[in-house]
Design a protein around this ligand. Structure first.
Ligand SMILES: Nc1ncnc2c1ncn2[C@@H]1O[C@H](COP(=O)(O)OP(=O)(O)O)[C@@H](O)[C@H]1O
Ligand SMILES: [Mg+2]
Length: 245
């Protein structure tokens, strides 16, 4: 059994990740060589002060932004060495991403937003052929998340908590093994945030997906198996690291 476990590829890891941004005629380096990995089925929290570089790192790990240096391996595949089309497919199939500010498309209904990953992945005729299958799947999730009366609403007609529940359904539509969430409740009041969080954690447990979650909430971090702390563009401490003797 243990050999089987150890042969499972690491879902997500990075080494030597640097990212700098041009600011005027200077370069601002935000990540200074980050190394981390996410284990299969693990719930990993990333904490750190505002401006530490957490979102920058998540965007790189989620293949939304290219590192200036370093590697990102998704299930062992060096993602930034792939063609843009292959990388987009890898991202779409293997990684679900939940943003702090939801990023739903305003012209689409809740149900249409939730099936968007399938629309992008399958395009044209295959999508049209399978549309009802994806709609059924999305509808089941939205109903489970308490949105049965909101399926036809546009994002502008939904509360923040409702929008984030749609965004979670969208992230899970294609059953990705990796889920990345950047302060998913950071923009919600406490009660609403807790509802959204329970949905996210229940789905993570049920599906056994690997979850990387940025949070400022200590109580939430305690419900994760491991906590990483980021400061000034570097990961400082790993709660699972052996205590030095
Ligand atoms: N596109 C960008 N251009 C210039 N600076 C950026 C850009 N994105 C982020 N930064 C800077 O990088 C630092 C880290 O930002 P961010 O990753 O959003 O931090 P966190 O999510 O930990 O609050 C901040 O100082 C921010 O101003
Ligand atoms: Mg951030």
């Amino acid at each position: 059994m243990s050999s089987e476990l150890s042969s499972a590829p690491t879902p997500l890891e990075c080494t030597g990740v640097r990212r700098s941004f041009p600011v005027g005629d200077r370069k601002l380096e935000v990540l200074h060589g980050v190394q981390m990995s996410l284990a299969p089925g693990e719930r990993l929290a990333l904490m750190g002060t505002s401006g530490a570089g957490k979102t920058t790192l998540l965007n790189i790990l989620g293949l939304l932004d290219r590192p200036s240096e370093g590697k990102v391996l998704v299930e062992g595949v060096d993602a930034w060495s792939l063609s843009p089309a292959k990388r987009a497919e890898l991202r779409n199939r293997r990684i679900g991403f939940v943003f702090q500010f939801y990023h739903l498309l305003p012209e689409l209904s809740a149900l249409e937003n939730a099936i968007l990953p399938a629309m992008i992945l399958f395009k044209g005729s295959e999508f049209r052929r399978r549309r009802s299958e994806f709609e059924t799947k999305a509808r089941e999730m939205l109903v489970r998340f308490g949105l049965q009366d909101r399926l036809g609403h546009r994002p502008g007609q939904l509360s923040g908590g409702e929008q984030q529940r749609v965004a979670i359904a969208r992230a899970l539509l294609l059953d990705p093994p990796i889920l990345i969430a950047d302060e998913p409740t950071g923009n919600l009041d406490r009660g609403t945030g807790e509802t959204v969080l329970e949905i996210l954690l229940d789905e993570q447990k049920e599906r056994g997906v690997s979850l990387l979650l940025v949070t400022h909430d200590e109580r939430l971090a305690k419900r994760c198996e491991r906590v990483l702390f980021m400061e000034d563009g570097l990961i400082q401490a790993d709660s699972s690291a052996p205590i030095p003797t």
